[in-house]
Structures are given as C-alpha cells and as structure tokens.
Design a protein around this ligand. Structure first.
Ligand code: ASP
Length: 311
C-alpha cells in the first residue's frame, strides 16, 4: 500500500495512508488526502483560498479515476464548492456521465448535498486586485465584468509571478487497486471558463490497475495537447519501465510545436507500487508514503529539460 503525491499534498498524505491502513479503497484514500489540500487556505492553487480567474471568481477543476474499473468522474469551472474532488467522485459513482462543468456541476453538487461556500479569501482577493491594478486603468478594473477585451487582458495569466500549482494524489490499496485524483484552481487570472488538464482524463490524470497511474501539474494546455497521463500508462503497457515511460512522455512534451510551451511536472506509480516524479525544473520534489512508513518521504523529481517558448 502506498500514496504518492505532489509536495503540496503533505497536509493530506497521512490521512490518505490512514484510510488505506484501515482497509479503505484507493479511491477513498485519494479523495481523503485531496480534501485536506482543498481546505488549506494557504494553498493558493487548490480549493478554498485558490486564486481566482480574471473576473475575481474562484473556478475549480478536479478529476478522479478508479484504475480497477477505469471509471472516472470530473468537474470543471465549478464555483462555490470547496471540494471539487468529492463532486468528481459523485459524478463517477452517481451519474452515467464522466464530466460536468459550470452551472451544471454546481447544480449537481447542491443535489448531492455538498455545502456551498465563498471560496475567495480576503488574501487572495487582495492579491488578485493588486496584480490587475498594476497593469489596468482603474476604469477597466472597475468594469471588468463588462470588459470586451478580456482576451487581451488574459495575458496577465502568463505573469511569471502568478501562482502555479495543482494537487496530485495516487494511491494503491490492500487489494492492489490503484486510483488517481487531481484538483486545482487552475491558472491565476485565467479566462473565465478555461479548463486545464486537471479535469481532462488522459491529460492530467489516468489510472489503470494493469499498468499504473500518472498525474500532472504545470502548464495544463501542454498535457492536454500531448495526452500526457495516458501516454505514461500506455508506454508502460508497451513494456517500458516506469522511468522510461515518464521520460518518453516528457520527450513528447518537448516535441510540441507552436506557442505556449512552459513547465511540466509528473508523478506516477507502476502496478508493482514503485513511485516516480519527473519535472522540467531542477530540484522539484514529490512525496510518497507506504503503509509501513511513519512519515512521508520527500524525493527529488528526475529532471528532464523542456525549453520554454511563449510568444
Ligand atoms: N495544471 C494546472 C492547470 O493547467 C496548473 C498548474 O498545475 O500549475 O490548470
């Protein structure tokens, strides 16, 4: 039994391991771990306290996948609920669909009894307003909702100082079943309605008991374009080791042409319970904990460079 997570999952990994030790499923462990990250107001990239879109609205994305059944659930651009991972799990377990977005996702969350909540903290609101006012005339800022040139202003989302991040959790339970979950508030100051890789199964999240699982953080558009998480699992199916599969997926990202090439970070697990982390930035870490370890280990991700290219 093991839980692997992005390093910001440290607030939830012990809880996920506890669920596994008590005989819980990989799906339950992933959800339990991610919920604690979503509730953490100090994490500006996930759940409550996440940075908003350009209009100042917190829009959350999440997905979960059960590697035993290949069932999955996802929500995108959902507003007003702090735990999109739980809504995603409910989509997987209660609906014949795999993905809900926007108003429909919020309606379903209400129907499932999830609590509605204002997710924009005073701190996040202050940082959003200060950042936008640095570049925008006061009049544009005051009338943002009616602004007809948001597509131009969304360049602020490419601010190198913006918060980047997402939380990834992969768990393998006592039956050997694997599950993978991902949750994010996406890019700070993004265009309203923008979805990244997090809710897109095969891009930011994929799990298949027969081979393993993978999840991404970083520039979601790249992981969508290269189908990164699914590629890692397929490369293992084709006989590559976990390290070879992750390296090959990073090489695929490097081969993307055109604009908007930035950073990517992966975590992965093979079917035998071995973890891995990869990143296009040096010295990035990930964490993992097996059921017989008292504490999680923080390990350095394997570095595979990807040259950034924006405009
Ligand atoms: N992957 C996330 C997204 O594109 C953001 C991140 O991890 O930095 O929404």
């Amino acid at each position: 039994m093991i839980v692997v997570a992005s390093t910001n999952g440290s607030v939830g990994i012990q809880e996920a391991v506890r669920v596994l030790r008590e005989g819980g499923t990989a799906v339950a462990a992933v959800e339990a771990g991610i919920r604690l990250v979503e509730a953490n107001p100090d994490d500006h990239t996930v759940g409550y306290g996440g940075y908003p879109n350009i209009l100042g609205e917190v829009e959350l994305d999440a997905s979960i996948m059960n590697g035993r059944t290949l069932e999955t659930g996802a929500v995108g651009a959902v507003k007003g609920y702090a735990h999109p991972i739980s809504i995603a799990r409910a989509v997987m377990e209660r609906l014949p669909h795999v993905m809900l977005v926007g108003d429909g996702a919020a309606r379903f969350a209400t129907e499932m009894g999830f609590t509605q909540q204002d997710l924009l903290t005073e701190e996040a609101r202050h940082i959003w307003a200060a950042r936008l006012k640095q570049d925008m005339p006061a009049e544009t800022f005051a009338n943002l909702a009616q602004e007809i040139t948001l597509a131009d202003w969304v360049r602020l989302a490419t601010d190198p100082e913006r918060a980047k991040g997402t939380v990834n959790f992969i768990a393998q339970d006592m039956h050997g079943d694997i599950a993978c979950g991902v949750s994010t508030s996406g890019w700070a100051w993004k265009y309203p309605g923008r979805l990244g890789d997090t809710p897109i199964i095969g891009a930011g999240n994929y799990a298949d008991n027969r081979y393993g699982a993978a999840a991404c953080t970083g520039m979601g558009e790249m992981a969508i374009r290269a189908a990164t998480a699914h590629s890692i699992v397929i490369y293992m199916k084709m006989g590559m080791s976990l390290a070879e599969a992750c390296t090959e997926a990073m090489v695929d990202l490097r081969a993307l042409n055109g604009r908007f090439i930035s950073v990517m970070h992966l975590i992965a697990l093979d079917k035998d319970g071995s973890p891995a982390g990869f990143s296009s930035i040096r010295n990035k870490t990930y964490i993992y904990q097996t059921a017989d370890m008292a504490e999680p280990v923080e390990a350095v991700r394997t570095f595979v460079p990807i040259a950034a290219r924006w405009g």
